[in-house]
Design a protein around this ligand. Sequence first.
Ligand code: MN
Length: 324
Amino acid sequence: MTAIDVFNGDADGICALLQLRQNKSGSGQNNQLVTGIKRDIQLLKQVSAQDGDYVTVLDISLDKNRDDLQRILNHGAQVFYSDHHFYGAMPEHPNLTTCINTDSDICTSLLINQYLDNSHYLWAVTGAFGDNLNHSALILATQHQLSSIQFEQLKQLGILINYNGYGADIHDLHFHPADLFKQLLPYNNPFNFINDSQSVFQKLKNGYDEDNKNISNLSSEYQTDKVALFILPDAPWARRISGIFSNELVNRYPDRAHAVVTYNKQGGYLISVRAPLNNKTGADDLCRQFETGGGRKAAAGINHLPTEQLDMFIKQFSQQFTNN
Ligand SMILES: [Mn+2]
């Protein structure tokens, strides 16, 4: 039997898997890992599973992996699938167990926290911060009486792990998400990772601080009181910081929708869209109108927008959130 862990390379995917693999200490630590940059969500394509294999899938849209999920199930593997992205029609199969909820205040780390009955809630708080679900993270942190200092530390860690997932390809990243997961796995308590001078925490933080300095002078390309669009330069630092930059904009201007545009390898644009924090809806509807678009109600994206379609995108973006 082979056990395969398939997870999104962002904080939510990593923190969901950490909870599962720390739950039974020693078991599952040698599972095959399948992950990638945050935007690499068609991960089940890479999985070949046989009868008796066990596949865990975390934080990637079932809808975007439907055919490969069906193939894996048909080969006789057992699949546990937990996620909060759009899933469309739910496949029915005796080997499939799901833990899916697309509520905009839920992320995969929080679903796994419920599934494991709060046994590793510190990682769930971290993952929720990583997905910019600050309110949900705060509720969980309050339930467990975390101090405001602990709360800020987990927030910073969530942001840093999430930051590590952004880039056009794996070479833009400071750490391969599978390596970052392995670095984190020995720490049952995230505070020990943060405070361990031998851990990679400081390297992540330095990278983040360096990239963050570069965006302080950036101004918007298009802006109304309902929407704002920013175009970042064609550089690795810009591709890494783009997602965190979007989250910061959303938090700072909660009534406005945001689009952050970066350049992709195909010579087009990669667009990240965030619905207003105070009305977390419509980002997925907007992005799905474009061929390579998808995501959640609150946060969605387009992997490849040909440059000549940018004006059209701005028009639809503005329409979507002006009458929202
Ligand atoms: Mn997520």
